[in-house]
Design a protein around this ligand. Structure first.
Ligand code: NAP
Length: 309
């Protein structure tokens, strides 16, 4: 049981998720995270990983003991302040792997086979005037994964049947049947397609920089389903404009929901509005996972997924 007036929901949740929350309990809502909080003795905050939780807001709520974020990434939380105050945080790992991997694979093929342009080609009747572009086959290529965690490993399993060699990089070698390359730039150099599946953190900020993109090279593709901050967007824009890489499929950006408009002018990109986990099955599972964490907290049970901070 989650006591009434004990949880502050910060930010807007899509209708489907809000209905699921309301089915489980009745939060008090603060739709604008930068507005003053309502009166109340809240012990927990419920937020989505797409909503940045301001440190200033948490500071105004001294009774808060838990932040539950609905999403696996928790770079939206004021982690330094939470650690300093001993405030715990939970996320929703695992339940979104299927949706994120399905999108990542779809984006890869969409980009490499130019499916959105091919669709427009038929719809606009351009087909009657000429042939569509010749594109690229995935089979026989090397696919790199930066971040061989839960999503990275699920992605690799899905890629195996496509007759590719899988290579990966990250802080530690994993117990997986793929070749480990410690250095991210060397991973890029060997990759024909490079997926980003690492978390946003000080260590990964702009890890995809000009040097790495140069190593990736003019016939290779970048797929980012991680976070915008992982990529130096100026360097990526330059690489795309100058055709220093073959193309990029991007689900995440530095400035969401208003990505740098220079991306919109490019013809070697496939852009999606941060929809990695945006399927009804996944969003319902994520919402329930987040509420299960709240219930565990109020029932004085161990949290299901406490984030390392
Ligand atoms: P995870 O299980 O924690 O995996 C993250 C992996 O990244 C780990 O293997 C970790 O390696 C590795 N990593 C950490 N620091 C790194 C670095 N400096 N360089 C390279 N790799 C590094 O997390 P997950 O569940 O797979 O999720 C990954 C990320 O995907 C999330 O943090 C989130 O930002 C993003 N995501 C995006 C969407 C979307 O809608 N597009 C949806 C869900 C998740 P170690 O194990 O060695 O530390």
């Amino acid at each position: 049981m989650i006591p009434v007036n004990s949880v502050l929901q910060v930010g807007h949740f899509p209708e489907l998720m809000q209905a699921e929350i309301n089915r489980r309990f009745s939060p008090t809502c603060l739709l604008d995270p930068n507005a003053p909080p309502p009166e109340g003795n809240f012990q927990a905050i419920l937020v989505r990983s797409n909503t940045k939780l301001p440190e200033a807001l948490v500071k105004q709520l001294p009774s808060i003991q838990l932040i539950t974020t609905c999403g696996v990434g928790y770079d939206n939380l004021p982690l330094g302040y939470l650690k300093q105050q001993g405030i715990k945080a939970t996320n929703t790992p695992g339940v979104l792997n299927d949706a994120v991997c399905e999108l990542a694979i779809g984006m890869m093929f969409g980009l490499m086979r130019r499916i959105p342009e091919a669709h427009e080609f038929v719809k606009s009747k351009a087909w009657s005037k000429g042939l569509f572009a010749i594109t690229t086959t995935l089979a026989g290529k090397k696919v790199g994964i930066l971040g061989m965690g839960r999503i990275g490993q699920d992605l690799a399993k899905r890629l195996e049947p496509f007759k590719v060699e899988i290579i990966y990089s990250g802080p530690s070698k994993k117990d997986v049947p793929y070749r480990y390359i410690a250095d991210a730039t060397e991973l890029a150099r060997e990759s024909d397609v490079l997926f980003l599946a690492c978390p946003a953190s000080p260590a990964t900020e702009k890890i995809i920089n000009a040097e790495l993109l140069e190593a990736l090279g003019p016939s290779s593709y970048l797929i980012n389903i991680a976070r915008g901050s992982v990529v130096d967007e100026s360097a990526l824009l330059y690489a795309l404009q100058q055709k220093r890489i073959a193309g990029a499929a991007l689900d995440v950006f530095d400035n969401e929901p208003n990505p740098d408009s220079a991306f919109l002018d490019l013809d070697n990109v496939l852009l999606t509005p941060h929809i990695g986990s945006a399927t009804s099955e996944t969003r319902i599972a994520m919402t329930n996972f987040a509420v299960d964490n709240l219930e565990a907290f109020f029932n004085q049970q161990p949290l299901l997924t406490e984030v390392e901070n």
